[in-house]
Ligand binder design. Structure first.
Ligand SMILES: Nc1nc2c(ncn2[C@@H]2O[C@H](COP(=O)(O)OP(=O)(O)O)[C@@H](O)[C@H]2O)c(=O)[nH]1
Ligand SMILES: [Mg+2]
Ligand SMILES: [Zn+2]
Length: 323
């Protein structure tokens, strides 16, 4: 068989998955092609990972069906976190319309602090967050999670209760993401991969049984990847979902400690209004508007604690604590 002709034309595509130097790119005619990055680094990229699912790139196909990524198109937005190990931002997904912050009421235990961080990062990135509570079949009332969801709703976040197991709420989720690109974030074990399987049974997903001893998920998704969810009914549109590996530590990226208050929806109007202005630590100074808000119940105790912890991390406290 004669060798395939080498195509030197530049073509556009979208990153599906990959790490370090090898990436899978989806071409405009729906072909997946394995590519590496030409040269060592892409110009202007200063992160833990040079490219993320959702990124639009220009590449050139070469010998053996492999390609060379030549450049990265400007991102509309990106969802990231600060990667402590790498000491740099880690881009989880690029060019997305929605951040699905996935959680579960139990198994693994409900972690509201994780949600605080996931929705915060969406607000920092300027991407609409939606809280998705999976495993609603396991929800008992009253429970801690239900109370916190009511509070998230009060401060302006949308919450959707679903079950990948029973299919409850899945049509609503499908409608929510129709025609959009959504990234899913959440702890390991909350059911992100199962939700993808529920949205589109044609997608082969690997789900993990909970580690019984720790009641924690095993990491079965090791790389973020972009998946196509096909439309179900005639008038609905399909969507693109970026599934990410379970995140343990979510350190917000892209803000300074004094800006944090601007991204706490129930506190933003109080920015700079404390008696000590911007230098207030909000831990007991007189005339502190944040403490007043706490006493008045306009910020939940847990959110107040998250706020102080995140501020401390952003101020550098994180280094002493976790190194
Ligand atoms: N009861 C219940 N279990 C679920 C549901 N969704 C997923 N699971 C289970 O939770 C475990 C972790 O699911 P997986 O999709 O791998 O979680 P991921 O780590 O977030 O991708 C698996 O044992 C699933 O069968 C649900 O809606 N209800
Ligand atoms: Mg998974
Ligand atoms: Zn204050």
């Amino acid at each position: 068989m004669p060798p395939l002709p080498i195509c030197l034309n530049k073509v556009k595509g979208c990153i599906v998955r990959g790490s370090r130097n090898i990436f899978t790119v989806l071409s405009e005619n729906n072909q997946e092609i394995e590519c590496r990055i030409k040269g060592k680094v892409l110009k202007g990229v200063d992160a833990y990972n040079p490219l993320a699912p959702g990124d639009r790139v220009e590449y050139q196909s070469g010998e053996g069906g492999k390609g060379l990524i030549l450049s990265l198109e400007d991102r509309k937005n990106f969802y990231s976190r600060f990667n402590q190990k790498g000491g740099a931002p880690q881009i989880l997904a690029a060019n997305v319309d929605l951040v699905l912050c996935v959680t579960s009421p139990c198994s693994p235990p409900f972690r509201p602090r994780f949600l605080d961080r996931a929705v915060l990062q969406a607000d920092i990135a300027g991407i609409e967050p939606v809280i998705i509570c999976n495993k609603r079949d396991l929800m008992r009332s009253p429970c801690e999670a239900a109370g916190r969801f009511a509070d998230f709703t009060r401060i302006g976040y949308r919450v959707l209760l679903v079950s990948a197991l029973t299919g409850g709420g899945i049509p609503e989720l499908r409608r929510l993401i129709a025609g959009k690109v959504a990234v899913m974030v959440g702890q390991s074990g909350v059911g992100k991969s199962s939700l993808i399987g529920a949205l589109d049974p044609a997608i082969p997903v690997r789900t993990g049984a909970l580690n019984e001893k720790y009641d924690r998920g095993n990491h079965t998704t090791s790389q973020a990847r972009l998946l196509k969810i096909s439309a179900r009914d005639e008038d609905a549109q399909g969507s693109l979902i970026i599934d990410t590996p379970g995140i343990r530590r979510f350190i917000p990226d892209g803000i300074e400690p004094e800006e944090l208050i601007l991204y706490m929806r129930e506190l933003s109007s109080l920015a700079g209004k404390c008696g000590f202005g911007l230098s207030c630590s909000h831990t007991g100074e007189s005339g502190c508007r944040v403490r007043e808000a706490l006493a008045a119940g306009s910020i939940h105790q847990d959110r107040y604690e998250s706020f102080l912890r995140i501020k401390d991390e952003l101020q550098g406290g994180i280094k002493e604590k976790y190194e």
